[in-house]
Ligand binder design. Structure first.
Ligand SMILES: C[S@@+](CC[C@H](N)C(=O)[O-])C[C@H]1O[C@@H](n2cnc3c(N)ncnc32)[C@H](O)[C@@H]1O
Length: 235
């Protein structure tokens, strides 16, 4: 059992570190995760890259700037459910002159933690599953776009449903990346990808009980897993 003092210290540490990251427009990711994302992006620099991301934010802008610095030919599509957040990200995209590379979408609905009855993790089966039109529109957006994507990032709402759609819209040599993959209730459906691995990607704060994990999956791109060999596989 962790002491209350340690838990409070960790919460303050986490908040401060997220705040300083957001001030510097750095994604809410550990340095290992940022390094891993860049290594994956690097594998696609030799072709026009199509990216789809569920959950826009600093990641959208940070990695687009990275790709631009590498002269990549890329189109980044990102969807969000939170209007004020979407508007903030859109303003930042304009400020950074990335509007020709990033396509931002809003499918507005309440996050699960603002819905009545929320509190238990994992949530009781089916109670918080998608029901509203906009929830399904958010999940199914890449399908509606009638394109295949080289890189798909799952980092927000309805991750288990997003995994199912990702499988259908992934380009043959493409890769799916799920952030925060240490949470067991996100794992459903990941076995649908013949090539897949969880990686330990560091901690948000000192004495974190369970390290962060990123999950990477692909239908047939073994090279991605070869280049990620230096990262510790989670057991
Ligand atoms: C874990 S965040 C990740 C966003 C992005 N992929 C990144 O790494 O920067 C997932 C979701 O949290 C919500 N979110 C994050 N920060 C927020 C904020 N400051 N205000 C409102 N919503 C926020 C957004 O809806 C976003 O899609």
């Amino acid at each position: 059992m962790q002491s209350i003092f340690l838990s409070k210290f960790q919460a303050v540490y986490f908040k401060l570190s997220m705040f300083t990251k957001s001030l510097r427009n750095i994604p809410a990711q550990t340095s290992k995760e940022i390094n891993m994302f860049k290594i994956i992006l690097d594998q696609y620099l030799d072709r026009p890259i199509k990216i789809f991301e569920w959950g826009s934010g600093c990641s959208t802008i940070y990695y687009s700037k990275y790709l631009k610095s590498k002269n990549a030919n890329f189109q980044w599509h990102a969807v969000d459910n939170n209007k004020p957040w979407y508007e903030k990200v859109l303003t930042d995209i304009k400020k950074e002159n990335l509007i020709s590379h990033i396509h931002l979408y809003l499918k507005e609905f309440l996050p699960f933690w603002q819905k009545p009855g929320w509190g238990q993790i994992p949530p009781p089966c089916a109670v918080f599953s998608p029901k509203e039109d906009n929830e399904w529109a958010y999940i199914r957006l890449p399908q509606e776009m009638n394109q295949k994507f080289d890189i798909i990032i799952i980092d927000a709402r309805f991750r288990r449903h997003c995994v199912q759609i990702a499988k259908q819209v992934l380009a043959p040599g493409g890769v799916v990346i799920m952030h925060d993959a240490h949470k067991p209730h996100y794992h459903q459906g990941l076995e649908g990808f013949p090539l897949r691995s969880f990686y330990d990607t560091g901690s948000w704060y000192p004495f974190q009980e369970r390290p962060n994990q990123v999950w990477v999956g692909s239908m047939k791109n073994q090279i991605i897993f070869d280049v990620l060999k230096s990262f510790e596989k989670a057991v």
